[in-house]
Design a protein around this ligand. Structure first.
Ligand code: NAD
Length: 312
């Protein structure tokens, strides 16, 4: 393949990302994990599957960064997942250390890559990756909005008994309890859900969306969601690698858009080969704008906490 993607962290999300990239014939993949056997084992398993799935994508497993050189996209999933009772923010200190090391080494090996950040707390981890890589902000983009929107879309489809293919949902803001599901901008065959469901029903679906990840953690008990997160990360990678310029909700570095400055927050972006090519400012009602500001404040709190962790 002429495209190369490095996936750091060969755990549940990283393994599923590698599988989707290969089976959709998007790119070759280098899987990196501190547990060398995990990356090598999953790579070999995926390569063996290629004889049945019939594709020519090669997957390589390693614990080093030499093999990652010249990657077009780097997807960082390395870090601890949540356990029941934990919030994403509880992972801040441990995952910041992992992100700093991984983003620094990967940037050295692939100075032209676009980084897709997955590890939690994702919005804060984008800041760590920005600093550790030394990349311009448009080449760091965080995955959550597509996942949260997909969860909202699925719950809407279930409620209305319609194909999820006819639903288009939009969730902005931070990836956490303060995410901002936008019912007015979520549609079924072009009709806003606010015209199809009662305010009470919509509120219940929004609440379930906010807890979409926690609900999965509650069932699994030993880790978090990974199939839908992998689908979301691969949709972003594909838009970059094929320069599709899809408009996707992703965490991007804001420089005044939506009244927010110097912070990664989930907003609609145009994603192409250069990374975040532009940020769309959609019309928000005063309550929606207020919710986005509250969400941004939660990210700001984590970024400040990061600074005090680093100083201690
Ligand atoms: P996992 O435990 O299955 O996999 C994480 C992997 O990272 C492990 O294999 C571990 O060995 C590896 N790792 C740890 N330190 C490393 C390092 N320094 N270098 C390379 N690899 C290293 O966890 P998972 O379920 O795959 O989740 C990974 C991360 O993604 C978690 O932080 C999780 O919370 C996050 N996540 C984010 C979203 C999102 O929407 N942004 C969705 C799902 C999961």
């Amino acid at each position: 393949m002429d495209k190369k993607v490095t996936v750091i962290g060969a755990g549940n999300v990283g393994g599923a990302v590698a599988q989707r990239l290969a089976e959709k014939q998007i790119s070759d993949v280098v899987l990196v994990d501190v547990i060398e056997g995990l990356a090598k084992g999953k790579a070999l398993d995926l390569n063996q599957a290629s004889a049945i799935e019939i594709h020519d994508c090669h997957v390589e497993g390693t614990s080093g960064y030499k093999e990652t050189a010249g990657s077009d996209v780097v997807i960082v999933t390395a870090g601890l997942p949540r356990k029941p009772g934990m919030s994403r923010d509880d992972l801040l200190a441990s995952n910041a250390k992992v992100m700093r090391e991984a983003a620094g080494k990967a940037a050295e090996a692939s100075p032209g890559a676009v980084f897709i950040i997955v590890a939690n707390p994702m919005d804060a981890m984008c800041h760590v990756a920005l600093e550790a890589s030394g990349f311009p902000p448009e080449r760091i983009v965080g995955m959550a909005g597509i996942l949260d929107s997909a969860r909202f879309a699925w719950f809407i489809a279930q409620e209305l008994s319609v194909s999820v293919a006819t639903v288009s949902a939009l969730v902005l803001g931070a990836h956490g309890d303060a995410m901002v599901p936008l019912a007015r901008h979520s549609t079924v065959a072009g009709v806003p859900v606010t015209e199809l469901l009662s305010p009470g029903k919509i509120e219940a679906l929004i609440e379930r969306t906010r807890n979409g990840g926690t609900e999965v953690v509650g069932h699994l008990k030993t880790g978090g969601a990974f199939y839908a997160p992998a689908s979301a990360a691969v949709e972003m990678a594909e838009s970059v690698l094929k320069n599709r310029r899809k408009i996707l909700p992703c965490a991007a570095y804001l420089t005044g858009q939506y009244g927010i400055r110097d912070l990664f927050v989930g907003v609609p972006v145009k994603l192409g080969s250069a990374g975040v090519e532009s940020i769309l400012e959609i019309d928000l009602a005063p309550s929606e704008r207020q919710a986005l500001e509250t969400s941004a404040a939660s990210v700001r709190g984590l970024v400040n906490a990061l600074q005090s962790i680093e100083m201690s």
